[in-house]
Design a protein around this ligand. Structure first.
Ligand SMILES: Nc1ncnc2c1ncn2[C@@H]1O[C@H](COP(=O)(O)OP(=O)(O)OP(=O)(O)O)[C@@H](O)[C@H]1O
Length: 239
């Protein structure tokens, strides 16, 4: 069992609906792994199971060689959900402080991390404001800052750049690539934006709860003789 995250034969149903079917994947350390697929494909369900928020009906999940769920893993995983889980009556700073306090950070480290994450998402000026006064994009940025607060080894981001303007999206992606390269982070991103998929080291294309193909963007384009990942998705889905 190699890899930072491994899924073996994972299936999940809600009632009669099979949401994930026999998912097998290995996500390597210090890489950006994209889960790509249309709305309803099962991406959120998949990442929630890696975080330990939901359990598979069948199969096993390992994170850092430990079987999920495991409370000790929570310190090592930063999770940004699709819908923002923020306290709207608190300020941005108070939200950051609250989430930071859930982790074992020393006082100086907490301060340092708060400055770093706020700066990263370009929210430093807005931190004294109540979250109820934030725009949708600002809430996404604060959620991303919170996912990074405890300096986790693994970062799981569910549609991180929805509602974020192109300039900030660009700088967030640059930072994700730096975190991988210089700090060895493992980053898992869900998206349906193919331009973002292009930036991943490896992607899994998911359709109706199954992985239809995996590989690096370039290898997939070669394999399917496709100019663009959209075309790969269409061709892989026909097999
Ligand atoms: N708790 C739940 N109870 C019942 N059905 C669920 C639940 N969570 C997800 N589903 C269903 O599972 C399927 C996959 O949902 P999921 O949110 O994982 O997809 P997704 O690929 O993340 O889509 P999106 O990009 O729109 O978020 C959908 O049909 C959804 O309605």
């Amino acid at each position: 069992m190699n890899g930072t995250v491994t899924m073996e034969g994972v299936s999940k149903s809600y009632g009669k609906r099979n949401v994930l079917q026999n998912i097998n994947l290995t996500i390597n350390e210090s890489s950006i792994y994209g889960l790509i697929g249309p709305s309803g494909a099962g991406k959120t369900t998949l990442v929630k199971m890696i975080v330990g928020m939901d359990q598979p009906d069948r199969g096993s999940i390992y994170v850092l060689q430990q079987q999920v769920p495991n409370l000790q893993l929570l310190q090592k995983i930063g999770y940004m959900a699709q819908s923002d889980a923020l306290y709207s009556e608190l300020t941005g700073k108070e939200n950051l402080q609250f989430f930071a306090s859930l982790f074992k950070l020393k006082r100086d480290e907490m301060k340092e991390r708060m400055t770093y994450v706020a700066n990263l998402v370009n929210l430093t000026e807005e931190l004294p404001k109540k979250v109820s006064a934030y725009s949708g994009g600002m809430k996404r940025r604060l959620s991303l800052a919170i996912a990074l607060i405890q300096n986790p080894a693994i970062l799981i981001l569910d549609e991180p750049t929805v509602g974020i303007d192109p300039e900030l999206r660009y700088s967030i992606w640059n930072e994700l690539m730096r975190l991988k390269r210089e700090e060895g982070k493992t980053i898992i991103v869900t998206t349906h934006v193919m331009d973002e998929a292009e930036k991943c080291d490896c992607i899994a294309m998911i359709r109706e709860g199954s992985i239809i193909t995996t590989g690096s963007p370039q290898a997939l384009k070669n394999e399917f003789a496709a100019g663009h990942l959209d075309e790969v998705f269409l061709k892989a889905g026909r097999i």
